[in-house]
Design a protein around this ligand. Structure first.
Ligand code: GLN
Length: 488
């Protein structure tokens, strides 16, 4: 069965139910694991051990009193350090928020706590979610547990590496252009980007408000479903949150098999895709065909524009969202200030890293009155075409299958000096965010070098249950999510 720290949340929940394990014992085991592997992995930014143990104690007491709050009661969840948690640091991976302590809980944190789940540690990320490798964190470079010389993907790379390395069974990340799915693919775990509006963004520090979503990372799609059940649902504190009925996601795993129509978009298999990635995805397609599902060749013709459109829309939104970090209120303030202007200029110059500055400048440029028609307005029009591609495809198919990324995890430093190369890591993921759709990544193979390969499913809006169900068909019959890295 393997080590305790590599067990799925579902297995751990069953062990807690069978009383073969207490929540306090579980947290203690994970604290030991974290101490063992963190010097190498560097995924964790801060961790309130005493509080986690206190929560675990309370969960054990509820269990003894027969007052459990649900299947994740007593189960630890890692949190990307961009989701506000009362009384805890919220750095967003940035020096500008180095000493900031959140005075309130994000809605997802309230829901986790109400379900008895235990927030366990705040995990590293690219500064404000800007990046694909977690190297843009102002604090530390997180390593890929499969190969310590490689990046874990990003921007939720701390969460991805932590789940992969056995530091925590489940985590909450955020995905603006691929930041849950890409680290999931690089680390060989499962990750779900939820439909825009399904999960409240209240308390998620904003990168691009029209594409940001919170979602789960875990060892299996079953675990993702358990966490999604808690966090999904309307919240009146987020004006973009939708009042849709929330299904019982666990039904995704026991319904009668039906035959799915699976679309294969040719644009996702063009140049730039690595041979080993191509082969693994082709094997996954063959698997579904053999199981009796219908494979349909489709086209998403505007895919080619997704990266430029995303990097215009996202930088525009980021530049205005980040205006709040001004040195006046809760952020870093430069010690060198002589006047009001200095407060803004020097504090922001010192507090933000170079990628953040690049995006603020780009975003301000595409929104400037001379250029907004040429860039921002035009990008929004092409965004509509990208959305239309998906709606047309979904007239023909139930779900779309593609690689999560064209290559496996790259080496640390390899793309750091070339932002365009870094941006291309998102080529298979950003369209989904522009269209507000749900998408999931699961491991579907390993390269010769031993690095995981991610398989992506894209679904219709609010059809997370279908994605979980289709991915589960694959997961059940493969052992890719039962392989664990040897971190020596
Ligand atoms: N890598 C993309 C970016 O740099 C996506 C980031 C994200 O999803 N937060 O913007």
């Amino acid at each position: 069965m393997g080590a305790l720290f590599f067990k799925s949340a579902k297995d751990l929940s069953q062990m807690l139910a069978a009383k073969s394990l207490s929540s306090v014992e579980l947290i203690q085991a994970l604290i030991r694991r974290i101490k063992d592997v963190e010097p190498k992995i560097q995924a964790l930014l801060s961790f309130d051990e005493a509080r986690a143990l206190r929560y675990a104690q309370e969960s054990d007491e509820r269990r003894a009193a027969g007052k459990l709050r649900g299947p994740l009661d007593g189960i630890p969840i890692g949190i990307k350090d961009i989701i506000a948690e009362e009384g805890q640091p919220l750095t967003c991976g940035s020096k500008i928020l180095e000493h900031y302590i959140s005075p309130y809980d994000a809605t997802v944190m309230e829901r986790l706590k109400a379900a008895g789940a235990i927030p366990l540690g705040r995990f590293n990320l690219d500064e404000f979610g800007m990046g694909s490798s977690t190297e843009n964190s102002a604090y530390q470079k997180t390593r890929n547990p499969w190969n310590l010389e490689c990046v874990p993907g990003g921007s939720s790379g701390g969460c991805g590496a932590a789940v992969c390395a056995g530091e925590v069974p489940l985590a909450l990340g955020s995905d603006t252009g691929g930041s849950i799915r890409y680290p999931a693919a690089c680390c060989g775990i499962a990750g779900l980007k939820t439909t825009y509006g399904l999960v409240s963004r209240y308390g998620l520090a904003a990168l691009a408000s029209s594409t940001d979503q919170i979602g789960p990372l875990g060892r299996s799609v079953v675990d993702l479903g358990m966490l999604l059940q808690i966090i999904a649902g309307h919240d009146e504190r987020d004006a973009t949150s939708c009042a849709v009925p929330i299904p019982d996601y666990s039904e995704a795993f026991n319904t009668e098999q039906r035959s799915w129509r699976i679309g294969i978009p040719k644009e996702y298999f063009s140049e730039g895709i690595d041979g080993e990635v191509y082969r693994s995805i082709a094997e996954a397609i063959a698997f579904y065909r053999k199981k009796g599902h219908i494979i349909v060749d489709i086209s998403l013709p505007h895919t080619f524009y997704a990266i430029p459109v995303y990097y215009i829309v996202m930088t525009a939104e980021a530049s205005s969202n980040l205006a709040r970090y001004d040195g006046i209120r809760y952020t870093h303030r430069s010690a060198e200030v002589m006047n009001a202007r200095d407060i803004y200029f020097k504090s922001r110059a010192e507090g933000f890293g170079s990628e953040v500055k690049r995006r603020i400048i780009l975003g301000t440029y595409v929104l400037s009155s001379d250029h907004q028609d040429a860039y921002y307005v035009r990008a929004q029009k092409v965004r509509t075409l990208i959305c239309r591609d998906f709606s047309q495809a979904f007239n023909e198919v139930d779900v779309i299958l593609s690689p999560t990324a064209p290559t496996t995890a790259f080496k640390l430093g390899e793309r750091l000096d070339d932002p365009l190369q870094m941006y291309l890591s998102d080529i298979c993921t950003v369209s989904v965010n522009l269209a507000g759709l749900p998408a999931l990544s699961i491991p579907c193979g390993f390269s010769e070098a031993g690095l995981p390969i991610g398989l992506q499913f894209i679904g219709k809006a609010f059809h997370e249950q279908e994605l979980l169900s289709i991915a589960h068909i694959f997961e059940k019959e493969h052992d890719f999510n039962q392989r664990f890295p040897d971190i020596d």
